[in-house]
Design a protein around this ligand. Structure first.
Ligand code: NAD
Length: 374
């Protein structure tokens, strides 16, 4: 058997990589259940044309670390369905239902919403399998994208991070790449704390205005189905142009690897709040540290969504979820940034150490726990 099949395997996982096809409905998907030491794994189902097994594995691992970091009784997983997120509703329902049927017996995986899927998609998954998170209110869900759960956590991270990088939120200039669920709510929560949105983008380009953009009007514009670049204010940006916009806080809230060795030198921010998962390559993370830019890692800063999902799964309330997010993301951000400062390491390294220790401790309590761990 080719060792290549096991190229992602290490001491933590993945426990399972499942390849799913159904040619009748054109379904092609991958599920990576990374680690279930803390319980059944929660992780988003992404619908996108350009995903890969590797990206799915990296996202699943990020969920293992994120869920352990947040102290949830859930492991980490991720699934990706190959397809156009803008396919018509009937095709989307057929695809999601076929995917859900195919993974019905994979009980250690609880799907949640991600790019290209939403509360309605999770209702279809629950209907087929009996399990999912991020459900509509009518099914007992706490609609995490509607309330901006992840962005609420990012704002809590920002409140703590400001003490570590000298960026006061009042008057801080904010640039948001990816003005979707995470991006627009982040802009709103930070504006409520006195920050000013100076640039925003989506998949079709962006705009920058040093004088400030009206967040509520831009949200209304986007919700009406119009691209950010047609907002009619400021300078128009090409898709990656937002990286170089002068600002204090830069928020990636779209795709992985948007900050890389080839563009990181153009970043003119002092604080990066990682709303997107794995938005920076390891080289870019190192370079940001050298450039004096404080970067709060994804699995610390953007845990709000999965904390909300876990509260929903346990039958909790929206108020309880928000309080939980604020407390956990705030205290984890502080613990990570203090450790990074104390040991002179990258915040991601400090955060990984804390999360990995939590996963190891949980694994040691399970059957076939790690040998030699304490
Ligand atoms: P979304 O689909 O609501 O929004 C994504 C936005 O990014 C859209 O506006 C899209 O046009 C834009 N986009 C896509 N490609 C782009 C590009 N190349 N440049 C600029 N913009 C681009 O998705 P979301 O739920 O807001 O998720 C955004 C990111 O945050 C993803 O990486 C996701 O994994 C991560 N995340 C989301 C949550 C959550 O609660 N929704 C939680 C944790 C992490």
């Amino acid at each position: 058997m080719s060792q290549d099949m096991f190229r992602f395997a290490d001491e933590f996982g993945p426990a399972k990589i499942v390849h799913v096809t159904n040619p009748t409905v054109g379904l092609r998907a991958i599920v990576v259940v990374d680690n279930v030491a803390t319980g059944p794994a929660i992780g988003g189902t992404r619908l996108a044309p350009d995903v890969s097994v590797e990206e799915c594995f990296r996202l699943a691992r990020a969920m293992t670390l994120k869920n352990a970091m947040a102290g949830l009784s859930h492991g980490g997983a991720k699934s990706v369905i190959f397809g156009d997120p803008d396919m018509d509703r009937a095709d989307k329902e057929r695809t999601l239902r076929a995917f859900a049927r195919a993974i019905a017996d994979l009980s250690e995986y609880i799907p949640g919403p991600d790019m290209g899927t939403d509360e309605t998609a999770m209702a279809w998954v629950k209907d087929e399998t009996g399990r999912s998170v991020g459900l509509p209110r009518v099914l007992g869900g706490i609609p995490l994208d509607e309330i901006g759960a992840t962005a609420y956590g990012l704002a809590a991270a920002a409140e703590v991070a400001q003490e570590f990088c000298g960026v006061g939120l009042k008057g801080a200039r904010v640039a948001v790449q990816g003005f979707g669920a995470v991006g627009m709510h982040s802009a709103r929560f930070l504006a409520e704390r006195g920050a000013v949105l100076v640039a925003a983008s989506d998949s079709r380009g962006g705009i920058a205005d040093p004088g400030g953009l009206d967040v509520e009007s831009l949200i209304a514009h986007k919700r009406a189905g119009r691209p950010v670049r047609d907002f009619g204010r400021g300078e128009t940006l090409q898709s990656e142009g937002i990286v170089g916009v002068p600002c204090d806080i830069w928020i990636p809230a779209a795709r992985p690897d948007v900050l890389r060795a080839d563009n990181i030198e153009t970043l003119k921010a002092r604080l990066v709040l990682q709303g997107a998962n794995i938005p920076a390559t390891p080289e870019a993370e190192t370079r940001m540290h050298e450039m004096g830019i404080l970067s709060v890692p994804d699995f610390v800063a953007n845990a709000g969504g999965v904390i909300c999902a876990a509260v929903e799964y346990a039958g909790g309330t929206e108020g309880g979820a928000l309080a939980n997010i604020r407390e956990k993301v705030g205290s984890n951000t502080r613990e990570v940034l203090e450790a990074a400062r104390k040991h002179g390491v990258l915040p991601r390294a400090a955060a990984s150490k804390i999360a990995v220790e939590r996963v190891r401790s949980a694994m040691a309590l399970r059957r076939w726990g790690l040998r030699g761990s304490d």
